[in-house]
Design a protein around this ligand. Structure first.
Ligand SMILES: NC(=O)c1ccc[n+]([C@@H]2O[C@H](COP(=O)([O-])OP(=O)(O)OC[C@H]3O[C@@H](n4cnc5c(N)ncnc54)[C@H](OP(=O)(O)O)[C@@H]3O)[C@@H](O)[C@H]2O)c1
Length: 269
């Protein structure tokens, strides 16, 4: 029998690529998005259902999960992918913007996870695949709040796996480096504060390098294959870096001081 996967943030980028791949692999795919009118040709792909799910709206999470369970009897895997990046000096942020960043990248992911757990626990199987980032383990300038959300996703996932293992539910972290998607354009929340000029030179130095990394990066198909590997390998392996292995090795090998120096030399040159 075909397995079923629920993907959040399926309207573009990594989420969309994941939907396309799992449809080709003959899974049932619950392609969820906050604006279903953005589904385009995803709606015509074999096995794909488009469902409305805004990760900041608990009712929409509950009804998408219920609909998925009603359609297929089980949700075998979830990809908590929806997210965006807030960029800019921390001093220019507002409490509301920080709240929204956490509501989407962290609380939304937690709320989706909580809703799928009862059926996975009863079935004694399931895979929770959380879209973290290399930025969940290494930091770069101007992304302080985004990094805080991805570090939170890493800590949440690491602790969660202890309690879910008894039910044969696996927790996975996908850790992409830069991937060319709308993340660096449309989805970016670039913060600035009227009258605050003190960071302008720093932003002008760092931001173009960060944008360039994103625009020159590989597309999202490789990440979709990594999600596929995480869903299929039937192990308790937790972390799946992609386009990030060199950065993560350096982070492991070098002391903080050397890592910060390296990042400054690349992104603040
Ligand atoms: N691209 C990278 O370099 C990179 C690297 C590491 C990790 N990631 C992570 O990968 C994930 C996907 O990003 P992407 O690169 O594929 O960017 P993307 O193309 O901008 O995709 C982001 C997706 O999240 C959705 N989304 C945002 N807020 C939402 C909400 N409240 N409810 C439901 N969906 C929401 C967007 O929907 P709308 O179309 O409605 O806006 C869009 O479908 C994110 O978690 C990101 O942090 C990306």
């Amino acid at each position: 029998m075909a397995k079923t996967i629920l993907v959040t943030g399926a309207s573009s980028g990594i989420g969309e690529a994941t939907v396309r791949l799992f449809s080709r692999k003959k899974w049932n795919v619950l392609a969820t998005m906050r604006s279903p009118e953005k589904a385009g040709d995803l709606a015509t792909l074999p096995g794909v259902s488009i469902l409305r799910l805004d990760v900041t709206d608990l009712d929409s999470i509950r009804s998408a999960v219920d609909e998925g369970l009603a359609q297929h009897g089980a949700i075998d895997a979830v990809v908590n992918n929806a997210g965006y990046g807030m960029v800019g000096p921390f001093e220019a942020t507002t409490p509301e913007k920080v709240q929204k960043q956490f509501e989407t990248n962290v609380f939304g992911l937690m709320n989706v996870t909580r809703e799928v757990l009862p059926s996975m626990r009863e079935k004694r199987s399931g895979t929770i695949i959380n879209m973290s980032s290399v930025g969940g383990r290494i930091t770069f300038p101007l992304y302080s709040v985004y990094h805080a959300t991805k570090f939170a996703v890493e800590g949440f996932s690491e602790s969660l796996q202890y309690e879910l293992r008894q039910f044969n539910i696996k927790v996975k972290l996908i850790e992409p480096g830069p991937i060319k998607t709308p993340f660096y354009d449309r989805s970016q929340d670039l913060v600035s504060k009227e009258g605050l000029k003190a960071y302008d030179t720093f932003v002008a130095r760092a931001l173009p390098h960060m944008q360039k990394e994103g625009h020159n990066a590989p597309g999202p198909t490789g990440v979709a294959y990594t999600v596929w590997e995480a869903a299929m390998d039937n192990t308790y392996r937790m972390r799946y870096p992609i386009n990030a292995e060199a950065m993560l090795s350096l982070r492991k090998l070098l002391p903080d001081r050397a890592v910060f120096k390296l990042v400054r030399s690349v992104l603040l040159r």
